[in-house]
Ligand binder design. Structure first.
Ligand code: SAM
Length: 248
């Protein structure tokens, strides 16, 4: 079994191809550069289509848009009918979406499949790397998406960036247990990795005054309190979209 130790902290296994070695090197440099605390990561297995990240309890985490384990290819009723798209205005404010919380990329991929042009931000360096790898793997497998991931904190982006967007989408981590897209053990790992996004209300405030944005939509579990007082809401079975109209 090939091994790749570029730092004492991160243990890459099954590094058996030049490509895998290159990815392991890039990931290590990026994680070190961004002061990622790899304390509870046991190994990153490079043998599969998506690098499989294991924590010390053996919980596994992997992002792959192609194999659809996390329901990336949802049934699409179309840009005019899907609840998430209705919340965003079905394209009438424009198709550029800034997703402030990429996470597993499920919503970003879905929006891109509906026809939106998505820029998705993620502040966790390991998740960002996994998303980027997944996007590359999707492209290599003929899945063409108008979607790019950027690394960084959304609050900084909103305060510093002058790029225009039409609408903004935000799905911060909710602290309580809710039904999730991930199997339980992966959810435990994901929660440990990203924490609870306690700055969400502050991010929303910045989003509401961001350059060009006509609407900000926040996804919440159906019973969760609102982050701020929305203009309106639209409800599904388990989730709710709170709509903040910036320029209606
Ligand atoms: C609940 S998950 C989002 C799930 C995502 N909507 C999906 O469909 O997979 C929240 C993610 O947003 C990221 N996040 C939350 N607040 C952020 C911020 N201010 N800047 C950048 N990323 C943020 C977290 O690190 C986490 O990965």
């Amino acid at each position: 079994m090939g091994r790749h130790h570029l730092s004492s902290q991160i243990n890459f296994t099954n590094v058996n191809t030049t490509q895998a070695a290159q990815t392991a090197k890039q990931w290590t440099e990026f994680l070190l550069h961004n002061n990622f605390n790899a304390g509870f990561i046991r190994e990153i297995d490079m043998s599969a289509n998506c690098p499989a990240i294991f924590d010390n309890d053996g919980n596994k985490f992997c992002i792959n848009f192609v194999d659809n384990k996390q329901n990336y290819h949802k049934k699409k009723a179309g840009i005019k009918s899907e609840l998430i798209s209705k919340a965003l205005g079905t394209g009438r404010y424009g198709l550029k979406v800034l997703d402030l919380s990429a996470g597993l990329g499920i919503d970003s991929v879905f929006l891109a499949q509906l026809g939106y042009e998505v820029t998705a931000l993620e502040r966790n360096p390991l998740i960002y790397l996994a998303l980027n790898e997944a996007a590359q793997h999707a492209a290599d497998n003929g899945m063409s998406l108008n979607l790019k991931f950027e690394f960084g904190d959304s609050l900084n982006y909103l305060l510093q960036n002058k790029n225009k967007t039409d609408v903004i989408y935000f799905d911060p981590m909710f602290p309580e247990k809710t039904k999730s897209a991930l199997p339980r053990q992966e959810m435990v790992f994901f929660r440990n990795l990203v924490g609870s996004d306690d700055d969400a209300a502050q991010v929303l405030e910045a989003a509401m005054s961001f350059n060009g944005a006509k609407r900000v939509v926040v996804k919440r579990p159906i019973k969760a309190p609102q982050l701020l007082n929305p203009h309106s809401s639209t409800e599904g079975k388990l989730i709710r979209f709170d709509i903040y109209g910036v320029r209606l």
